[in-house]
Design a protein around this ligand. Structure first.
Ligand code: OSB
Ligand code: MG
Length: 368
C-alpha cells in the first residue's frame, strides 16, 4: 500500500440528548475523520475518538489533529506498508496518543481489506455474522434513566449499562432491579470511587450485576485487585488498561475478571486484537466499549466484536442511539437485539460525503 493523499476533517454534531457520567456531561461531539487514498485509488476510513476536552483520556480533538498531521502521517509516509499490523509497530516510537494512532491505523486496515476485496471482520479472524447489541444510559436522574431503559428494551437491546458515582449507586440500582429483575445490567463508575468506598461498593453485590466497570482510579491496578477480592461482582477495567503490558500486570494481580476493549484507548485495531487474544487464552471474557462515536468508529467496533472472545454484549448500539443522522450509509441498525455485520469489503459502510460537508467544521488535505 502506497498512500497518496489524506483528508483530515473535524466534524461536530449535537447529541440527541446529553450523555452524563461521573466525569462529564457530553452535549455535543467532535471527532477527527481520516480518509486515506492509495496510488491505486482505494480509500480507507478512520475516526479518532478523542473528545473536545481531555476528561476521558489526556487526548483531545486538537491534539489528535496535531499528532496526525505533524507526526503520525509523516511516519506512515516514510516507507510503504505491506500489512496494517505494521502500523501500530511503527508508531511505537511515539509515546501514547493512542486515539490519534488508532484513527490512522484503522484507516489503513479499511484500505487493506478493500484492496483484498474482503470484509474487515474476516481479515481479523472474526467468526460471527452478527453481534449482540448493548446500550449505555447516561442519565443520573433515576426516573429519566428508567424511561430510557424501557425505550431501549423496546428497541431490542438486551444489555443495559448505567452510570454510577458515589451517592448515586445503591438506591439507583435497586430501583432498576425492582422493575427489571432479570435484565442483563451493569454499572460503569468511570473511576469515581476509592478503596475507602469498599462498603458502599459491596452493597451492589446483591443486585446480580454482570459487572462493575472501572470503579477505581485509572492508575489503581493494585487497588482493583484488592477490591476484586472483596467483591462478588466481577470487576471490569476500562480506563486502566491502555497497553498490553497493563493487561498482563492486572491479570497477574487479579485486578479484573472482564475487560472492556476500546480500539481508540488501546491505540489501534491490532493492539485491540492482541488484547482479545491474551484474554481468550486466559479465559477472561471481553466486550467492545463505546465512545459516543460516529459511524466509522462504530463500524470498526462491530468488526472487532465478531471475534470469538467477545462473549458479552458490548456498547454496540445503532447509529440512531446518539445521532439524528449518522455520517455513514447505510446507518448501523439493531434488529431483534443484534447488529448484522456487513459483507462488503472493508468496514462495509460508505461515508455520506454530502452530509460530511454539512457537519464539517475544519478540513485539511495532505498530499504525500
Ligand atoms: O466509560 O465507557 C465509558 C462514553 C464515552 C467515554 C467513555 C465511556 C462512554 C460510555 C458510553 O459509557 C459508550 C457508548 O455507548 O458509546
Ligand atoms: Mg467505561
Amino acid at each position: 500500500m502506497e498512500i497518496k493523499q489524506i483528508n483530515l476533517s473535524i466534524i461536530k454534531m449535537p447529541l440527541k440528548a446529553p450523555f452524563e457520567n461521573a466525569l462529564e456531561k457530553v452535549n455535543e461531539r467532535e471527532a477527527v475523520l481520516i480518509e486515506i487514498t492509495d496510488r491505486d485509488g482505494f480509500t480507507g476510513y478512520g475516526e479518532a475518538v478523542a473528545f473536545s476536552t481531555p476528561w476521558y483520556t489526556e487526548e483531545t480533538v486538537k491534539t489528535c489533529f496535531h499528532m496526525l498531521k505533524d507526526v503520525l502521517i509523516p511516519l506512515l509516509a516514510k516507507e510503504p506498508i505491506a500489512h496494517p499490523k505494521e502500523v501500530s509497530k511503527r508508531f511505537r516510537v511515539v509515546r501514547r496518543n493512542h486515539m490519534a494512532k488508532a484513527g490512522l491505523e484503522t484507516a489503513v486496515w479499511d484500505l487493506y481489506a478493500k484492496r483484498k476485496g474482503m470484509p474487515l471482520w474476516k481479515c481479523i479472524g472474526g467468526r460471527m455474522q452478527s453481534v449482540a447489541a448493548g446500550v449505555a444510559v447516561g442519565n443520573h436522574d433515576t426516573f429519566e434513566a428508567l424511561q430510557q431503559i424501557e425505550a431501549f428494551l423496546g428497541e431490542g437491546y438486551e444489555r443495559i449499562k448505567v452510570k454510577i458515582k458515589p451517592g448515586h449507586d445503591e438506591a439507583f440500582i435497586r430501583e432498576i432491579r425492582q422493575s427489571y429483575p432479570n435484565l442483563k445490567l451493569m454499572a460503569d463508575a468511570n473511576s469515581s470511587y476509592t478503596l475507602d468506598d469498599l462498603p458502599r461498593l459491596q452493597k451492589l453485590d446483591e443486585f446480580g450485576l454482570l459487572m462493575i466497570e472501572q470503579p477505581l482510579g485509572t492508575d489503581d491496578i493494585v487497588e482493583h485487585a484488592v477490591l476484586q477480592k472483596a467483591l462478588k461482582t466481577p470487576v471490569c477495567l476500562d480506563e486502566s488498561i491502555v497497553t498490553y503490558h497493563h493487561a498482563e500486570s492486572a491479570l497477574r494481580l487479579g485486578s479484573f475478571k472482564v475487560l472492556n476493549i476500546k480500539i481508540g484507548r488501546v491505540g489501534g485495531l491490532w493492539p485491540a486484537v492482541r488484547l482479545h487474544d491474551l484474554c481468550l487464552a486466559k479465559g477472561i471474557p471481553v466486550w467492545c466499549g463505546g465512545m459516543i462515536e460516529f459511524g466509522i468508529s462504530r463500524a470498526f467496533n462491530l468488526a472487532l466484536a465478531t471475534m470469538p472472545g467477545f462473549t458479552i454484549p458490548g456498547d454496540l448500539s445503532a447509529s440512531n442511539r446518539f445521532w439524528e443522522k449518522d455520517i455513514i450509509e447505510p446507518e448501523v441498525a439493531v434488529e431483534n437485539g443484534r447488529i448484522r455485520v456487513p459483507d462488503a469489503p472493508g468496514i462495509g459502510y460508505e461515508l455520506n460525503r454530502e452530509y460530511l460537508k454539512k457537519v464539517r467544521v475544519y478540513h485539511e488535505f495532505i498530499r504525500l
